[in-house]
Design a protein around this ligand. Structure first.
Ligand code: GDP
Length: 438
């Protein structure tokens, strides 16, 4: 995700590797400037940042460590603006959030992603479908809500988004929801009518915060429209969507500073888990290729159910790990989001990871085959893999559209993996899955 910036920042850092003179610092500074400009960071911002890094490095004694420290400090400063970080809950629930943005920016998808993020963290979330502008938006939100199993408020007979928002808020209050996310209407470009409608919704529900979803792929325009929204209705946070497709990456570096509003989350893919909280010092660590263990721990602790994890480990130890456990582990892994994003959080791994970086837990052919196979088993067979005799295997092959050879191969892998996991189980349950897939 941050690969290209991280790579070019590394080049700058390497210029000062084993040297500690001014010439090396000059070279490193020149390389840093080039990297930031290439990433589309505004030239004025770049100039200030580079000269600060140079000064700070000199002050602390020229050397690679002091250059990295100065860079870390200045990048963190650049990414930090006054305001909240991550998601902030109101003292009087429901925390009401207005989701705003232009049409196509990813607003509806991001509303779902945020609802999913909160649901995983055990919050009771209601989403409200108030985007009556884009024809399919309500339907899209209904589908997303069903997929992530979050409640939705909509009213197909109501034409006034203000009324829907108010009714949703009443429901959220009465039924003790923790959070209400209101998906509002977008437009292709900013216009007065849109702003008026948003202002009306804002006045009626008095949201705790207004988030603006900006499309990273629109480059500097993302910053411009966010600024206009800030001037016209006031925004408390920016969520940068489609960061996965942004090869330059500079918008994420400069948007907070330029709009004077914190960047709160980034969208890094089309699926529901593909949303990350944006905490400046953690992101800087990742930008510098130093990983983000704190972020990874937060992410996994929200997703992994400790009680279940212990149960699974026990089963593995006894050699009772079955196909249902496997499916459960798989769904847990997919909740963590893309492998790419996880790898970036582990120090040093992103440079080494190679092909597993692109591994997709839901869509790889291997996983699809295993899922098809399990889907054709009876509940009893899933619980007791030892029941699978030749005639059952034949039936499963027909049902799953796999050849008998494929079925046998997968079952053998599963058996070996279970044995291996049993051996390794003293060293932690997660290993079971990675062995199974290898
Ligand atoms: P809206 O009109 O602003 O509500 O836009 P949508 O939520 O319908 O999103 C527009 C398109 O962008 C959809 O195809 C989404 O799947 C896609 N999208 C949204 N967020 C992301 C993201 O973070 N990464 C990628 N790759 N696609 C995204």
């Amino acid at each position: 995700m941050f690969d290209s910036i991280t790579g070019s920042l590394k080049n700058a850092i390497n210029k000062i590797r084993h040297k500690d003179d001014e010439a090396a610092l000059k070279k490193a500074a020149a390389e840093l400037k080039k990297s930031l400009l290439k990433a589309d960071v505004h030239h004025k911002t770049t100039k200030v940042l580079v000269s600060e890094v140079e000064l700070e490095t000199k002050r602390n004694g020229i050397g690679q460590d002091s250059f990295i420290n100065a860079l870390r400090k200045e990048l963190t400063k650049l990414l930090t603006t006054e305001g909240n970080q991550g998601f902030v809950f109101s003292n009087t629930p429901p925390t009401t959030i207005l989701m705003t943005g232009l049409q196509g920016s990813g607003k509806t998808t991001t509303t779902g992603k945020l609802a999913n993020y909160l649901k995983i963290r055990k919050k009771k979330v209601l989403v409200a479908a108030c985007d009556l502008q884009r024809l399919a938006a309500v339907e899209q939100l209904k589908q997303i809500a069903a997929q992530i199993e979050v409640d939705i408020y909509f009213d197909d007979n109501e034409k006034d988004p203000v009324k829907i928002a108010v009714a949703a808020q009443e429901k959220a209050k009465k039924e003790l929801y923790d959070v209400l996310l209101i998906d509002t209407a977008g437009r292709l470009a900013i216009d007065e009518e849109l702003m008026k409608q948003l202002a009306n919704v804002k006045d009626a529900v008095k949201p705790d915060e207004i988030f603006y979803v900006a499309d990273a792929l629109t480059g500097h325009d993302a910053t411009k429209t966010a600024t206009t929204f800030k001037e016209k209705i006031g925004i408390d946070g920016v969520i940068l969507s489609k960061y996965d497709g942004d090869t330059k990456g500079g918008v994420a570096l400069s948007i907070a500073h330029q709009v004077e509003t914190p960047l709160r989350f980034i969208g890094i893919g089309e699926k529901m888990p593909d949303l990350e909280v944006f905490i400046p010092d953690r992101i800087v660590s990742r930008l510098l290729g130093l990983g983000d263990i704190e972020g990874l721990a937060e992410k996994t602790s929200a997703i992994i159910d400790e009680k279940k994890a212990k149960e699974v480990t026990k089963k593995i130890k006894k050699g009772e790990f079955n196909f249902n456990d496997f499916l459960e582990q798989l769904s847990m892994m997919s909740k963590l989001g893309s492998m790419k994003s996880i790898i970036g959080m582990i120090p040093g791994l992103s440079q080494m990871a190679g092909p597993i970086k692109d591994m997709d837990f839901e869509n790889s052919d291997e996983i699809k085959r295993i899922k098809a196979l399990i889907g054709s088993m009876t509940p009893k067979e899933r619980e007791e893999p030892s029941l699978l005799n030749p005639s059952r295997k034949k039936r499963i092959a027909v049902g799953s559209g796999l050849t008998e050879v494929q079925v046998n191969k997968i079952l053998k892998q599963f058996k070996n993996a279970s044995k291996m996991a049993k051996k390794l189980s003293t060293k932690g349950g997660m290993k079971g899955l990675s062995n199974m897939l290898s």
